[in-house]
Write a protein that binds this ligand. Structure first.
Ligand SMILES: Nc1ncnc2c1ncn2[C@@H]1O[C@H](COP(=O)(O)OP(=O)(O)O)[C@@H](O)[C@H]1O
Ligand SMILES: O=P(O)(O)OC[C@H]1O[C@](O)(COP(=O)(O)O)[C@@H](O)[C@@H]1O
Length: 315
């Protein structure tokens, strides 16, 4: 395989098919009846790539796909013009259940661990990654069984030699270890950041302070998403908070991934932090207000949402 150049490469080591079921008044411990059900190819880096492709950015995807159920992924990639560099491995890509409750307005995620990857699979993936060149790499999501928790740290160190920007969306031990390799941008949600630092983050001021702590450890940009309360965007020079408008949420699945996609798109526009916060939030709100089937005119939808986001400076 010869080397190929892209604007963005997203890495999803543990992709997932999202089976979204709509259940009005979903009750844990009770009998629940499904109103509608649908399957979408997903996983963090896949969702980021799908949105970037919609916005017109040339993107490739890699990671591991179980060779027994690739069709929904292949359809998505060919439909969106995404270059498919996933390594095929034995077995099936996991399917996760997303319960959307249109009455109680909440989404319940049931995520599975995923199929194991072997040492040979990991070697094939590293070889594939070496062939892919991009201005920006996005490493996102949980790890499949068989991958070392330090894998993001190692991948960042390896990619760093080639000089791209590196965005990481991870949690738990893989995130903690990866920080040592200093990705350019991370986007934990408030729960992931609280777990990382081992303390509660009761308000926005506490979140900004925690993000500054990570900036002081050498991460250029730390973005902390806080669900309906918006997100904090923090660099060494400034901190801003972006609040989404009140919208009718169809599903929160992929809202964080959309924010990552918006942050990457903002890098290509060379936006100041406040504009990047506005754009990233508009991407998230776009994802919240429709199911993952693509908008008739993605860029027009984003433009319309930009003015509805409230951005303010933080202390
Ligand atoms: N219920 C909601 N109402 C309005 N905006 C939301 C809602 N949930 C998420 N968002 C928007 O999506 C962004 C990312 O969502 P969040 O749930 O924090 O990410 P993650 O999926 O990574 O946990 C938020 O910063 C916010 O702008
Ligand atoms: O890799 P993880 O952490 O198990 O997450 C996978 C899940 O996250 C998603 O990418 C959605 O993530 P967000 O809701 O955080 O944006 C789903 O498509 C997928 O099922």
């Amino acid at each position: 395989m010869k080397t190929e150049q892209f604007s963005v490469v997203t890495v999803t080591l543990n992709p997932a098919i999202d089976r979204t079921v709509t259940i009005p008044n979903f009750t844990a411990g009770g009998v629940n009846r499904v109103e509608t059900a649908r399957n979408n190819a997903g996983g963090k880096g896949v969702n980021v790539a799908a949105m970037l492709a919609e916005s017109g950015i040339r993107v490739a995807v890699t990671g591991f796909l179980g060779r027994e159920n690739t069709s929904s992924f292949e359809e998505l990639f060919s439909h969106r013009g995404i270059a498919d560099h996933f390594v095929r491995v034995a077995g099936q890509t996991r399917t996760g259940i997303k319960v959307v409750d249109p009455v109680l307005h909440q989404t319940t995620d049931i995520n599975f661990p995923g199929a194991s990857v072997s040492a040979a699979d990991l070697a094939a993936f590293t070889h594939r990654l070496d062939m892919l060149h991009a201005d920006c790499f996005v490493l996102a999501g949980s790890l499949p069984p068989g991958a070392d928790p330090g894998i993001y740290r190692e991948l960042i160190t390896r990619l760093r030699l080639r000089g791209p920007r590196i965005v990481l969306d991870a949690s738990g031990e893989p995130l903690a270890l990866a920080l040592e390799a200093r990705p350019n941008l991370i986007k934990p949600n408030i729960h992931e950041l609280s777990e990382l630092l081992g303390r509660p983050l009761p308000d926005t001021a506490a979140v900004v302070e925690a993000a500054r702590e990570l900036v002081s450890r050498g991460i250029e940009t730390v973005v902390v998403s806080m669900g309906k309360d918006g997100a904090c965007f923090v660099t060494a020079r400034e901190a801003v908070v972006a609040r989404p408008p009140r919208v009718e949420v169809r599903s929160t699945v992929g809202a964080g991934d959309a924010m990552v996609a918006g942050l990457v798109a903002a890098q290509f526009r060379q936006c100041p932090l406040a504009d990047a916060a506005r754009l990233a939030t508009a991407f998230s709100v776009h994802a919240l207000t429709r199911f993952a089937d693509g908008a008739a005119d993605f860029n027009r939808s984003i433009e319309a949402l930009l003015s509805q986001v409230t951005v303010s400076l933080s202390q």
